[in-house]
Design a protein around this ligand. Sequence first.
Ligand code: IPE
Ligand code: IPE
Ligand code: MG
Length: 244
Amino acid sequence: MQLAKLKEQVKQQQLPNHIAIIMDGNGRWAKKHKFKRIMGHKKGVETVRKIVEISGEIGLKYLTLYAFSTENWRRSKTEVDYLLKLIIETLDKEIDELVEKNVVIKFIGTDKGLSHSYRDKIESTSQKSWHNDGLHLNVAMNYGGRRELVEAVQKIGRKVKSGEIEAADIDEKLISAHLYTANMPDPDLLIRTSGEYRLSNFLIWQSAYAELWFTPVLWPDFTQKHFLEAIWDFQNRERRFGAR
Ligand code: IPE
Ligand code: IPE
Ligand code: MG
């Protein structure tokens, strides 16, 4: 089906509130083309642009992109340095257009391991978009689902200790409210590219009932059409939430 037609079709049905994507396969894409791994990441940024663009066009509310995990520090220093630099440079380059397109950009993840100046820079740059009310674009940067839960438990523990709340007050709602994604809907659709079938520590609490969509396509080859196909597929699934 043509892109325009698919787009119309998708817009006529209820959209997922929140789509989360594990953007995987940059390294393999580079290898396939006999480039260095970092070229795959560079190419991957172009896919990010296209996916953010179409998300805005169809009126999606929340998009969360996995950019760098707490486990990605295990990669070579050259690759880690390149990725950190690429993320900040891309933000710098795109921020004005994102602001203009009514996008709200937020970084979710831990400060641990990042320099103060790096964290300050991404915060202050993304702050420029915080008055907007269009697409909420979350960049999961230095993100790990287990780390997120550890930090939530620490925050809650401090509140119990100070007497602000009691242990018996701790429920699912309270835990959700102490995650990086506080006040956001849980992802309804989680996409992973590159033919890997795992969560890799991504939104492990929030994705408890997400619909999963996998494709062998490598992230740099992922198109707007693939994205719409995933949404269309989602729209034709039956979600039961344990009810029957
Ligand atoms: C995903 O691509 C991007 C990041 C993890 C930052 P990879 O770099 O994991 O690519 P593969 O999995 O090695 O192909
Ligand atoms: C997950 O991909 C992290 C990001 C996409 C940022 P990885 O390539 O790091 O995950 P594993 O190693 O295949 O689980
Ligand atoms: Mg990978």
